[in-house]
Write a protein that binds this ligand. Structure first.
Ligand code: GLN
Length: 195
């Protein structure tokens, strides 16, 4: 069975676990860096990227997360998780994990629209995906190897670069598991390539 890790330091962890299980894969909540060896792919949940970064440093996770990213195993960053994956964050000198060739802006949908739902057409996933945005970032610019999967009001809100998948919204907060399912398929493909 495919094993999907969910980084369990902060944020919407439990909901991702349920979504992974609904897709027929096994979910492992990652609280210690050693557990990363057990899983075939990793979800970085939404929450608060600055808090998550503080906990990543506190529990000495950063090198292991970077190694995981280089190992060829897929990673999926949702909302704050997308900020962790991005190689450039507007207003910051340094990225966090910094492996996905996208430039992101935090909290970029404005105060009045702190949270909202929008129906998205996500290439290869669904034409009618109900996406929940909570103080969401968006992708301002994407490198040439990045495939843009969805836009909302002209802004990029989902993208894939090889084994890295990122979205601005919270795909785990509804019963629609199609984007998580897409990530599980990415993991299956990467395992086949590794054999
Ligand atoms: N605003 C948060 C951040 O900048 C992300 C919000 C979320 O993950 N729902 O990290």
């Amino acid at each position: 069975m495919i094993k999907v890790g969910v980084l369990g330091l902060q944020g919407a962890v439990r909901e991702h676990v349920l979504s992974v299980e609904a897709c027929g894969a096994e979910a492992v909540v990652i609280k210690r860096k050693e557990q990363l060896d057990e899983v075939d792919g990793l979800i970085l949940p939404g929450g608060e990227s600055t808090t998550m970064r503080r906990l990543i440093d506190k529990y000495d996770f950063m090198d292991s997360l970077k190694e995981f990213a280089q190992s060829g195993k897929p990673m999926f960053g949702t909302c704050a998780g997308l900020i962790l994956l991005a190689n450039h964050i507007i207003g910051y000198d340094e990225p966090h994990i910094g492996v996905m060739d996208v430039r992101v802006e935090r909290n970029s949908f404005g105060r009045q629209r702190e949270s909202f739902e929008a129906e998205l057409d996500i290439a290869g996933v669904a034409e009618d995906f109900a996406a929940v945005f909570i103080r969401a970032p968006h992708i301002v610019e994407a490198g040439e190897n990045v495939e843009i999967l969805a836009k909302h009001n002209g802004r990029i809100v989902a993208a894939r670069e090889g084994r890295f998948l990122g979205c601005s919204f919270h795909p785990e907060l509804t019963d629609d598991h199609r984007l998580t399912g897409y990530f599980v398929e990415m993991i299956k493909e990467s395992k086949q390539l590794a054999i």
